[in-house]
Design a protein around this ligand. Sequence first.
Ligand code: HEC
Length: 223
Amino acid sequence: MNKTKSILVASLIVILGLASCNTGNKRRDPGRVYAPDMFYSRAYDAYTSNPNFADSQTSRPPVTGTIAVGHMLPDHLAEGDTTAYKTYTTSLRFNEDELAEGKRLFMIYCAICHGPELDGNGPLYKSGKFAAMPANFKDAKYLHMPVGQMYAAVKYGKNMMGSYASQIDIKQRWMILAFIKKTQSENGGDAFAFGSAATTASAAAATDTTKAKAPVADANKKG
Ligand code: HEC
């Protein structure tokens, strides 16, 4: 009796084992479905047409007047309005961590041309493969350049320099410019105006600088 039982159990294990093996065919049929709306989404897929909206588009633009979490208000510069560039500025102020982030971003996006020393002697220009001399930020011509004009160069590009608007978000642009302006201030430029009075340690305690810090982490993720 015991023997029959153990044979039965053993064969049951073998049968179940075989049944669980994948036959190699993809099984798309879920078989009997309990609560089918858990399996078959009622949501519209992105890019499909949608009868619920006048323009029949499922993918919606951001709601007017809203800003995605971690992003800043758009700037209202118009391309080519060089008079507006000159007076354009920001009220953002940066702590040590953010200035370090600005330097990190500069080394990634700008140093290839403008040089890690900011003297316009980046490896690409030095290699002779890039004909236009990148701005030497330590030169008198750029030491006192309005930040808005520099911002416009990053956003729209300038002659041989392309636009970085799609790679570098607004806060990142200002962090990079703060790093450039700080370096310039140490090399005969104007007094540095972008520094936050708060030290890195006390900045963590103040709510608005903490908020300002969050995108730094985001920026790292976007990398
Ligand atoms: C592919 C090379 C290249 C890269 C990368 C590059 N630049 Fe430039 N940049 C140039 C050149 C060339 C000029 C000179 C343009 C001119 O005046 O004709 C220039 C000019 C500038 C100017 C002066 C604008 C003006 O109005 O005269 C600023 C500011 C500037 N770059 C900032 C940056 C920043 C910040 C970055 C990184 C986000 C960057 N550049 C990346 C090549 C580059």
